[in-house]
Design a protein around this ligand. Structure first.
Ligand SMILES: Nc1nc2c(ncn2[C@@H]2O[C@H](COP(=O)(O)OP(=O)(O)O)[C@@H](O)[C@H]2O)c(=O)[nH]1
Ligand SMILES: [Mg+2]
Length: 203
Protein backbone atom coordinates (compact mmCIF):
# COMPACT_ATOMS: atom_id res chain seq x y z
CA UNK A 1 0.00 0.00 0.00
CA UNK A 2 1.35 3.40 -0.96
CA UNK A 3 -0.06 5.87 1.57
CA UNK A 4 -1.27 9.00 -0.20
CA UNK A 5 -3.95 10.33 2.06
CA UNK A 6 -5.10 9.42 5.57
CA UNK A 7 -7.61 10.95 7.94
CA UNK A 8 -9.48 10.13 11.11
CA UNK A 9 -12.91 10.12 9.54
CA UNK A 10 -15.32 8.57 12.02
CA UNK A 11 -15.29 8.44 15.81
CA UNK A 12 -17.97 6.14 17.04
CA UNK A 13 -19.03 6.51 20.68
CA UNK A 14 -20.58 3.96 22.95
CA UNK A 15 -24.13 4.84 22.01
CA UNK A 16 -23.58 5.55 18.30
CA UNK A 17 -24.70 3.19 15.62
CA UNK A 18 -21.92 1.32 13.79
CA UNK A 19 -21.65 3.00 10.38
CA UNK A 20 -21.74 1.22 7.05
CA UNK A 21 -18.63 2.72 5.46
CA UNK A 22 -19.05 0.86 2.18
CA UNK A 23 -15.31 0.15 2.06
CA UNK A 24 -13.23 -2.75 3.38
CA UNK A 25 -12.24 -2.47 7.03
CA UNK A 26 -9.61 -4.19 9.13
CA UNK A 27 -9.79 -3.77 12.89
CA UNK A 28 -7.20 -3.75 15.67
CA UNK A 29 -8.00 -5.15 19.09
CA UNK A 30 -5.98 -5.67 22.23
CA UNK A 31 -5.50 -4.52 25.77
CA UNK A 32 -4.93 -0.88 26.62
CA UNK A 33 -1.35 0.18 26.07
CA UNK A 34 -0.44 -2.84 23.93
CA UNK A 35 0.43 -0.52 21.03
CA UNK A 36 -2.70 -0.33 18.83
CA UNK A 37 -2.45 3.38 18.12
CA UNK A 38 1.30 3.11 17.58
CA UNK A 39 0.81 0.31 15.08
CA UNK A 40 -1.86 2.26 13.22
CA UNK A 41 0.39 5.34 13.12
CA UNK A 42 3.22 3.15 11.86
CA UNK A 43 1.04 1.69 9.11
CA UNK A 44 -0.05 5.20 8.07
CA UNK A 45 3.48 6.66 8.27
CA UNK A 46 2.21 9.18 10.78
CA UNK A 47 3.77 10.05 14.09
CA UNK A 48 0.64 10.86 16.02
CA UNK A 49 -2.60 10.90 14.04
CA UNK A 50 -3.84 7.94 16.06
CA UNK A 51 -3.52 9.04 19.63
CA UNK A 52 -0.91 7.25 21.71
CA UNK A 53 -0.92 7.84 25.38
CA UNK A 54 0.77 6.85 28.58
CA UNK A 55 -2.71 7.04 30.10
CA UNK A 56 -4.28 3.70 29.32
CA UNK A 57 -7.97 2.98 29.15
CA UNK A 58 -8.95 6.34 27.72
CA UNK A 59 -10.04 5.51 24.19
CA UNK A 60 -13.58 4.23 24.58
CA UNK A 61 -14.47 5.00 21.01
CA UNK A 62 -14.11 3.13 17.75
CA UNK A 63 -11.91 5.22 15.47
CA UNK A 64 -12.01 4.82 11.69
CA UNK A 65 -8.95 5.94 9.73
CA UNK A 66 -9.64 6.44 6.05
CA UNK A 67 -6.72 5.25 3.92
CA UNK A 68 -6.52 6.69 0.38
CA UNK A 69 -10.34 6.76 0.16
CA UNK A 70 -9.99 2.99 -0.35
CA UNK A 71 -10.31 1.31 3.02
CA UNK A 72 -10.38 1.83 6.79
CA UNK A 73 -8.07 0.90 9.64
CA UNK A 74 -10.32 0.62 12.68
CA UNK A 75 -8.92 1.23 16.18
CA UNK A 76 -11.07 -0.63 18.72
CA UNK A 77 -11.20 0.41 22.38
CA UNK A 78 -8.67 -1.39 24.56
CA UNK A 79 -9.54 -3.76 27.37
CA UNK A 80 -8.07 -4.97 30.59
CA UNK A 81 -7.43 -1.70 32.32
CA UNK A 82 -7.70 -2.54 36.02
CA UNK A 83 -8.96 0.81 37.22
CA UNK A 84 -12.06 0.74 35.04
CA UNK A 85 -15.37 -0.09 36.74
CA UNK A 86 -17.29 -3.27 36.00
CA UNK A 87 -19.93 -1.15 34.30
CA UNK A 88 -17.30 0.34 31.99
CA UNK A 89 -15.95 -3.13 31.22
CA UNK A 90 -19.42 -4.36 30.32
CA UNK A 91 -19.91 -1.36 28.01
CA UNK A 92 -16.58 -2.07 26.36
CA UNK A 93 -17.53 -5.69 25.74
CA UNK A 94 -20.87 -4.78 24.24
CA UNK A 95 -19.33 -2.20 21.97
CA UNK A 96 -16.58 -4.44 20.59
CA UNK A 97 -18.79 -7.50 20.26
CA UNK A 98 -21.46 -5.40 18.57
CA UNK A 99 -18.92 -4.04 16.09
CA UNK A 100 -17.71 -7.56 15.24
CA UNK A 101 -21.32 -8.62 14.89
CA UNK A 102 -22.77 -5.84 12.75
CA UNK A 103 -19.95 -4.47 10.60
CA UNK A 104 -20.72 -5.28 7.01
CA UNK A 105 -17.26 -4.39 5.78
CA UNK A 106 -14.94 -6.03 8.27
CA UNK A 107 -12.41 -8.31 6.55
CA UNK A 108 -10.15 -9.33 9.40
CA UNK A 109 -9.32 -8.60 13.01
CA UNK A 110 -5.77 -8.09 14.16
CA UNK A 111 -5.28 -9.07 17.78
CA UNK A 112 -2.33 -7.33 19.39
CA UNK A 113 -0.46 -8.91 22.28
CA UNK A 114 2.72 -7.66 23.95
CA UNK A 115 5.54 -9.95 22.85
CA UNK A 116 7.01 -9.85 26.37
CA UNK A 117 3.96 -11.33 28.09
CA UNK A 118 1.96 -14.52 27.92
CA UNK A 119 -1.64 -13.91 26.74
CA UNK A 120 -4.13 -12.86 29.43
CA UNK A 121 -7.67 -14.18 29.96
CA UNK A 122 -8.95 -11.08 28.13
CA UNK A 123 -6.68 -11.83 25.16
CA UNK A 124 -8.03 -15.38 25.06
CA UNK A 125 -11.62 -14.12 25.20
CA UNK A 126 -10.97 -11.65 22.40
CA UNK A 127 -9.37 -14.38 20.31
CA UNK A 128 -12.40 -16.58 20.87
CA UNK A 129 -14.81 -13.79 19.83
CA UNK A 130 -12.88 -13.25 16.62
CA UNK A 131 -13.17 -16.96 15.76
CA UNK A 132 -16.81 -17.18 16.86
CA UNK A 133 -17.77 -14.28 14.61
CA UNK A 134 -16.06 -16.05 11.74
CA UNK A 135 -13.18 -13.68 11.16
CA UNK A 136 -9.66 -14.62 10.30
CA UNK A 137 -7.53 -13.79 13.33
CA UNK A 138 -4.09 -12.31 12.82
CA UNK A 139 -1.88 -11.97 15.84
CA UNK A 140 0.54 -9.08 16.08
CA UNK A 141 3.17 -9.43 18.80
CA UNK A 142 4.01 -5.80 19.65
CA UNK A 143 7.03 -4.04 21.17
CA UNK A 144 9.49 -6.40 19.52
CA UNK A 145 12.30 -3.90 20.15
CA UNK A 146 11.83 -4.31 23.90
CA UNK A 147 12.70 -8.01 23.86
CA UNK A 148 16.19 -9.48 23.67
CA UNK A 149 16.64 -11.18 20.36
CA UNK A 150 17.45 -14.48 22.07
CA UNK A 151 13.99 -14.43 23.72
CA UNK A 152 11.89 -13.82 20.59
CA UNK A 153 11.30 -17.41 19.47
CA UNK A 154 10.52 -18.52 23.01
CA UNK A 155 7.91 -15.76 23.46
CA UNK A 156 6.34 -16.42 20.06
CA UNK A 157 5.93 -20.03 21.12
CA UNK A 158 4.41 -18.98 24.46
CA UNK A 159 1.88 -16.72 22.69
CA UNK A 160 0.98 -19.42 20.18
CA UNK A 161 0.45 -21.93 22.95
CA UNK A 162 -1.32 -19.49 25.28
CA UNK A 163 -3.89 -18.55 22.64
CA UNK A 164 -3.91 -22.07 21.22
CA UNK A 165 -3.31 -20.78 17.71
CA UNK A 166 -3.63 -23.22 14.88
CA UNK A 167 -0.27 -23.92 13.20
CA UNK A 168 -1.45 -22.14 10.04
CA UNK A 169 -2.47 -18.97 11.93
CA UNK A 170 -0.44 -15.90 11.19
CA UNK A 171 1.61 -14.23 13.94
CA UNK A 172 3.71 -11.21 13.03
CA UNK A 173 6.17 -9.59 15.43
CA UNK A 174 6.11 -5.79 15.11
CA UNK A 175 8.00 -2.82 16.49
CA UNK A 176 6.67 0.71 16.25
CA UNK A 177 10.21 1.89 16.95
CA UNK A 178 12.01 0.09 14.13
CA UNK A 179 8.90 -0.56 11.96
CA UNK A 180 9.93 -4.19 11.67
CA UNK A 181 6.91 -6.16 10.47
CA UNK A 182 5.22 -3.19 8.76
CA UNK A 183 5.59 -4.41 5.17
CA UNK A 184 4.40 -7.89 6.07
CA UNK A 185 1.30 -6.44 7.74
CA UNK A 186 0.46 -4.24 4.75
CA UNK A 187 0.92 -7.15 2.34
CA UNK A 188 -1.58 -9.07 4.42
CA UNK A 189 -4.05 -6.16 4.59
CA UNK A 190 -3.79 -5.59 0.83
CA UNK A 191 -4.66 -9.23 0.26
CA UNK A 192 -7.49 -9.33 2.80
CA UNK A 193 -9.17 -6.19 1.48
CA UNK A 194 -8.76 -7.16 -2.17
CA UNK A 195 -6.72 -4.02 -2.79
CA UNK A 196 -3.72 -6.02 -3.99
CA UNK A 197 -5.86 -7.45 -6.80
CA UNK A 198 -7.25 -3.99 -7.62
CA UNK A 199 -3.74 -2.53 -7.86
CA UNK A 200 -2.62 -5.37 -10.13
CA UNK A 201 -5.55 -4.77 -12.48
CA UNK A 202 -4.76 -1.08 -12.74
CA UNK A 203 -1.12 -1.55 -13.64
N1 LIG B 1 9.38 0.50 22.60
C1 LIG B 1 8.18 0.45 22.07
N2 LIG B 1 7.16 1.13 22.64
C2 LIG B 1 5.92 1.03 22.08
C3 LIG B 1 5.69 0.25 20.92
N3 LIG B 1 4.37 0.34 20.62
C4 LIG B 1 3.82 1.17 21.54
N4 LIG B 1 4.74 1.59 22.43
C5 LIG B 1 4.51 2.50 23.59
O1 LIG B 1 3.51 1.93 24.43
C6 LIG B 1 2.62 2.92 24.92
C7 LIG B 1 1.18 2.61 24.52
O2 LIG B 1 1.07 2.65 23.11
P1 LIG B 1 -0.32 2.97 22.38
O3 LIG B 1 -0.05 2.87 20.92
O4 LIG B 1 -0.90 4.24 22.89
O5 LIG B 1 -1.20 1.73 22.89
P2 LIG B 1 -2.79 1.51 22.75
O6 LIG B 1 -3.38 1.88 24.08
O7 LIG B 1 -2.92 0.05 22.47
O8 LIG B 1 -3.28 2.36 21.62
C8 LIG B 1 3.13 4.24 24.36
O9 LIG B 1 3.94 4.87 25.32
C9 LIG B 1 3.94 3.83 23.14
O10 LIG B 1 4.95 4.73 22.81
C10 LIG B 1 6.81 -0.46 20.33
O11 LIG B 1 6.70 -1.18 19.33
N5 LIG B 1 8.01 -0.32 20.95
MG1 LIG C 1 -4.80 3.79 21.55
Amino acid sequence: MVIKHVSLEIVCGITSKIPDTGRPEVAFAGKSNVGKSSLINGLMNRKSLARTSAQPGKTQTINYYNINEQMYLVDLPGYGYARVSLEEKAKWGKMVENYLHVSKNLKAVFLLVDIRHDPSENDKTMYRWILEKGYQPIIIATKLDKLKRSQVQKQIKAIREGLRLRPDSVLIPFSAETKQGREEIWTLIDGLTGLAAAAAEQS
